[in-house]
Write a protein that binds this ligand. Structure first.
Ligand code: OGA
Ligand code: MN
Length: 277
């Protein structure tokens, strides 16, 4: 990293979410001050995009480990682990590919377990000349725009998040129960913790009973006012907070090649305390 986080230039993308950060170097071994500076930017912007980075898979893993325990994605259709670095996923879409990882709906990463995903780091190696942008949405802006009557009801609910197998069944170990409203431990803002990819139902309610409210919330959460859109450049390193944002990569680049490396840190209360002093 650059020796002095105060020299980083931060350009917010929208009032609610997203910032471009230039002048940092994240490939070395960061000092506690640099990790704290990244955390402070994340608390403020939820999504930070560091320009002009060049990290190997191992460097991305080591950087991510400063933010929490590393998530190990299970071997799955369309998932490729970086060679020798299983904690890092190679997100590759070839010119003849159809499916884009994460591109089927708005979501947050790894909400189907406890501890759930905290920060995802995504580093762009090959980007199409046009297309393949990623959109992000602030769940804090979404929650604060709801009526206080609905906010009060949601604060009392918990929801089931599940990584479904091919048969659509909830699988043990890939299912978790989370509060529907979470409070940010630093800013104290409340955010809606629901996503259509993994949230299947509310606690003690059937899926049929739950789906109308899940769909209303999922639609509300992605209103344009709460979003930003990232047009990638090679060398960008995006960090997003899965506790308080959703994301959606746009699959509009048929015939083009796109390759990024991803690593995800899980929530860990004790580590969070340490890195925030
Ligand atoms: C992810 C994901 C975003 C992208 O890495 O979790 O959803 O832009 N991908 O590829
Ligand atoms: Mn994702």
């Amino acid at each position: 990293m650059s020796p002095n986080p105060e020299a980083w230039q931060v350009e917010p993308l929208t009032p609610h979410i997203g910032a471009l950060v230039s002048g940092a170097r994240l490939s070395g071994d960061p000092t506690p001050e640099e990790v704290a500076a990244v955390c402070a930017l994340m608390d403020r912007h939820l999504v930070c995009v560091f320009t002009d980075q060049a990290l190997t898979a191992a460097q991305l893993r080591d950087l991510t480990a400063h933010f929490g325990p590393l998530f190990l994605h299970r071997q799955d259709e369309g998932v490729l682990h970086a060679e020798g670095v299983p904690e890092v996923l190679e997100m590759r879409k070839k010119p003849d590919g159809a499916r884009l990882f994460g591109g089927s709906d708005w979501h947050a990463d790894v909400t189907f377990q406890d501890p759930a995903g905290y920060l995802s780091l995504l580093h762009a190696l090959v980007i199409p000349p046009l297309g393949g942008d990623t959109c992000f949405a602030s769940t804090i802006a979404a929650f604060s725009a709801l009526s206080s009557a609905l906010q009060d009801q949601l604060r009392r609910l918990r929801a089931v998040h599940s990584y479904r197998g091919p048969g659509g069944a909830e699988e043990p170990g890939l299912t978790a129960l989370h509060p529907v409203v979470r409070r940010h431990p630093v800013t104290q803002h409340e955010g809606l913790y629901i996503n259509r990819m993994f949230t299947t139902r509310f606690e003690e309610m059937s899926e049929a009973e739950s789906q109308p409210l899940i769909h209303f919330l999922a639609d509300h959460m992605t209103r344009m006012e709460f979003t930003c859109r990232l047009r990638w450049r090679e060398g960008y390193l995006a960090l997003w907070d899965n506790r308080f944002s959703l994301h959606y990569p746009i699959n509009d680049f048929t015939g083009q090649h796109r390759l990024l490396l991803r690593c995800t840190a899980l929530e860990d209360a004790s580590l969070e305390q340490l890195s925030r002093g």
